[in-house]
Design a protein. Structure first.
Length: 331
């Protein structure tokens, strides 16, 4: 008379929403850059979701002072500690990588280098405006938070001036701002062995207080990886009781009650309603939410059946940023 019982965890759900926006502006003493806006989307979980956007930047040299003004400017961008390692910026015309680790290569306006932007305005009588194109690439997998995030880059520049004026060079902090709206997205799965108590036909309810947890308790995990906050809801098909196919939950010897511990809540038949939890961003590396059922009655004296079971449905949903509820750290 086997009474093999187990709990199945089913019904994980996920969704997407959001977009991407990149904008930039830069300022050096000898040249200024108009603000720019780049539209698009970034989904960190899309395996083929590399975001590649091309953007035009307008550079302007300041008015002449004493007949002297900027003639040529060379520059590159420098990574900062918070810059994703996968972010790249390429000069579209030459294919040169213009985002480097600090301190970056030595700039020399007398040499043509595809790995730097070189703008030649010409003499005093020439136009004061130059434009150039860059391609910004954010490959999928960059662990960026959902919503709007600003990636600031520093600019290393070298300006050559007309009329014998001294050249200028240096580094301008926060010269380029790549503003990204990251999709609020997630992945969820059950991790670990099945929540199966095995054969419990000889396990008496009276002995449960002294029964080791290894017999009366099981633990699995819901793994969640997310770019933003998310909500978690849970329901039990049988209100936290196991029974067999055709069994009657109203009959005491045809049901096996248990308690479930999940996200700080303990649920039983007496208190079956799980309060939805709003969790803080899990990140792309993910976090594990423990699901722990514990038997409240043994199988001794129950109607013989090969399988007693209940079905738990855990619904995990990505949330828009910001949320109306303050997220908590879930684990």
């Amino acid at each position: 008379m086997k009474r093999r019982s187990h709990i199945l965890l089913l019904g994980l759900a996920a969704g997407l929403g959001g977009g991407l926006l990149a904008s930039g502006s830069a300022l050096a003493q000898c040249v200024t850059f108009d603000p720019v806006v780049l539209s698009g989307t970034f989904d960190p979980f899309n395996p083929s979701g590399t975001t590649v956007q091309t953007l035009s930047i307008t550079a302007r040299r300041p008015p002449a002072v004493g007949g002297k003004k900027t003639q040529e400017v060379n520059f590159i961008y420098l990574r900062r500690p918070d810059t994703p390692s996968t972010l790249t910026i390429v000069q579209t015309a030459t294919g040169g990588q213009i985002l480097e680790n600090p301190p970056g290569h030595v700039l020399d306006p007398n040499n043509v280098n595809p790995n730097e932007i070189e703008l030649n305005f010409g003499g005093v009588g020439q136009p004061d405006v130059q434009t150039f194109m860059v391609t910004i690439t954010v490959p999928s997998g960059a662990d960026l938070p959902a919503g709007t995030t600003d990636l600031y880059l520093d600019q290393k520049y070298y300006c050559k001036r007309t009329g014998g004026a001294a050249d200028e060079q240096g580094v301008i902090a926060n010269s380029l701002d790549i503003r990204i709206n990251v999709l609020s997205a997630l992945q969820a799965s059950f991790v670990g062995p099945a929540l199966d108590f095995g054969e419990i036909g000889s396990l008496a309810t009276a002995s449960l207080p002294s029964t080791p947890n290894s017999v009366k308790q099981r633990t699995g995990n819901v793994r969640v990886a997310s770019s933003g906050p998310y909500s978690v809801a849970l329901t039990s098909a049988n209100q936290f009781r196991m029974t067999y196919p055709g069994g009657n939950l109203a009959t005491a010897n045809q049901r096996i009650p248990y308690q479930l511990d999940f996200l700080g809540q303990t649920k039983t038949t007496a208190s079956p309603t799980f309060s939805t939890v709003t969790c803080a961003r899990a990140g792309l590396s993910g976090q594990y939410l423990a699901v722990t059922p514990t038997l409240l009655e043994g199988g001794a004296g129950k109607a013989p059946a090969p399988n007693y079971q209940d079905i738990l449905t855990v619904t995990v949903t990505p949330l828009a940023v910001p949320t109306g509820t303050t997220p908590v750290a879930c684990m």
